[in-house]
Design a protein around this ligand. Structure first.
Ligand code: NAD
Length: 269
């Protein structure tokens, strides 16, 4: 399978390129970057090698994403929300499968993805790691068993460069908890607390975000009652887990009908 990587010079883009090159049954179709990025026109191998000069793959990095979609069976996108909405339109236009890892999309940007999924297979996940997807399943299960004497709080910590909060993964865990409990996350989410907030509202699902250092991603779901507390925690120590999951998702799209899929589908959870 020929896999293209948009945003190939980013932190995740480089990981994805290395993963595609290391995975049997996949080859790189190339990569694209934001117009004006200093890597445009350079050999994509420069991003992949352990040596400073990298390895030559004879594939220049493009600023024309449509050209990349045309030579790819699947494209992986871990970029920024505005670019991802544009890439979804290109996926629909060219009939290319799309793997979306970008988080922090607005409702309009999400609608762009939902529309494109009528034309091609799209896999979207706030977190492509196996462990976090298992954590979401366990959260749903535990929330379904416990009543609302157990307060649900979700804590996440990420590196200092992360621009959105709470993390997409924390919100997905909140969604799993809400589904398990049979409530609407929009009505129960308590995303920020500051100042004189008053007592905790029964049934709320609370979020807290920490930022600092080079933390790859840590998430805990806490179920706290009088006298006892259950804590489910996942700690990512390498970004390679997201790249591995995304490439696995790309392979899974082979021959797949149009539709919007999640890692729950890919991992058959
Ligand atoms: P980053 O800033 O290092 O990389 C983003 C890259 O996208 C940059 O190289 C940027 O130049 C490029 N880009 C921007 N606009 C573009 C355009 N129009 N065309 C092509 N490339 C463009 O960020 P990152 O840490 O790699 O994270 C990227 C996204 O992935 C974020 O939204 C982050 O939250 C998300 N993420 C998701 C998961 C997951 O498992 N779903 C895991 C890690 C990160």
């Amino acid at each position: 399978m020929k896999i293209g990587i948009v945003g190939c010079a980013g932190r995740m883009g480089r990981m994805l390129l290395a993963e595609v090159l290391a995975t049997k049954g996949t080859q790189t179709a190339g990569g694209s970057e934001r117009p004006g990025n200093p890597y445009i026109g350079k050999d994509i191998g420069e991003l992949a090698g352990a040596e400073p000069s990298g390895v030559s793959l004879g594939i220049p990095i493009l600023d024309d994403a449509e050209a990349l979609f045309r030579v790819s069976d699947a494209v992986i996108d871990f970029t920024v929300p505005a670019a991802t909405a544009h890439h979804a339109a290109l996926a629909a236009k060219t009939g290319t499968a799309l793997i979306v890892g970008t988080t922090g999309l607005s409702p309009d940007q999400q609608a762009e993805i939902d529309g494109a999924a009528l034309k091609t297979a799209i896999i979207q996940a706030a977190n492509f790691s196996l462990g976090v997807n298992l954590l979401a399943g366990l959260t749903r299960q535990v929330a379904a068993i416990l009543d609302d004497n157990f307060d649900i709080e979700i804590i996440e910590m990420h590196h200092r460069h992360k621009v959105d909060a709470p993390s997409g993964t924390a919100l997905a865990l909140g969604q799993a908890a809400a589904e398990g409990r049979g409530v609407d996350l929009g009505e129960t989410a308590q995303r920020v607390r500051d100042g004189h907030t008053g007592a905790r509202r029964a049934g709320d699902i609370g979020f807290a975000s920490l930022r600092g250092g080079d933390v790859v991603g840590e998430h805990s779901v806490i179920f706290a009652a009088d006298g006892e507390r259950i804590e489910l925690t996942h700690k990512a120590s390498s970004r390679s887990i997201f790249a591995r999951g995304a490439v696995r998702a790309a392979l899974w799209t082979d021959g797949r009908a149009p539709g919007l899929y999640s890692m729950k589908d890919v991992l058959d959870l």
